[in-house]
Design a protein around this ligand. Sequence first.
Ligand code: HEC
Length: 136
Amino acid sequence: MKKVLAFCALGAVLCWTLGAAMSEAELEKRMKAAGDHMGGLRKAMQAGSMADVATHAQAIHDALKGTEEFWAAHKAERAVGWTKEGVDAALALVAAAKANNAADAKAASGKVGAACKSCHEVHREKIGENQYRIKW
Ligand code: HEC
């Protein structure tokens, strides 16, 4: 157990591989990162800057990827599904942006947003200005 904790201090990635459940604090960190890049993504889409779209979509993918473990550990199956949809849509968005395909990028970006929204409607509760908590 001590070894697992030492590994966990090195980074969350090692923790998942060791099977330790993701903490709520880590989930929140990932959400904040996803939110920041979602803002960047919107601007990049409006500006039609596909290079920036690819960068933000990749960061959103990286933030979401792995959080399905958190939901799976709590047996929240629908949340696992929405997370996977978001991860897949973010990857599709990276590919579309790199191919400079604005129409596909628009469709994929809509799917990313829909995945965030679906889960937030069910599992996110606003408790103050810019403050949220998990709702089960
Ligand atoms: C499977 C569920 C789920 C998905 C998918 C999901 N979220 Fe969240 N999100 C939550 C929950 C639950 C909270 C509230 C708890 C928290 O703040 O960590 C949250 C909180 C947030 C917050 C507020 C963080 C804070 O505390 O300040 C932001 C921003 C956010 N999500 C952005 C996103 C974006 C952007 C996406 C899609 C790319 C996304 N989320 C996808 C469940 C999800």
